[in-house]
Write a protein that binds this ligand. Structure first.
Ligand SMILES: [Zn+2]
Length: 106
């Protein structure tokens, strides 16, 4: 990676159901599967959930510090992992909207 590169946040359009199905929620190194709530997953090693076998495409974190977030991004990049970091707030908002829709469906 060229050292001139830096991390920027990009807005993109994603399917909330797809995010939920392939999301790993991480704290520091360990996290849990958003699909089946399996705990103790390592986002650097676990490419799929040992519980529900879903493959992880997205990660999100409770960590708010920019340095913490960059540490995660650097690790993902160093290991060349196919993971996209998404904003926790955005994820919560997207899935909350979904829950409301489900409410009206029934
Ligand atoms: Zn799972």
């Amino acid at each position: 990676m060229a050292d001139k590169k830096t991390f920027v946040r990009v807005w993109t359009s994603l399917d909330p159901n797809d995010i939920k199905k392939h999301l790993l929620l991480i704290d520091d190194l360990y996290g849990s599967c958003a699909n089946c709530k399996q705990l103790g997953l390592n986002y650097l090693k676990d490419k799929e959930c040992p519980g529900c076998k879903t493959s992880f495409k997205y990660v999100t974190t409770n960590l708010k510090g920019l340095e913490d977030v960059k540490k995660i991004l650097n690790r993902i990049q160093e290991l060349n992992l196919k993971l996209t970091l998404i904003e926790k707030e955005d994820y919560l908002q997207a899935t909350a909207k979904d829950a409301v829709k489900d409410l009206f469906k029934s």
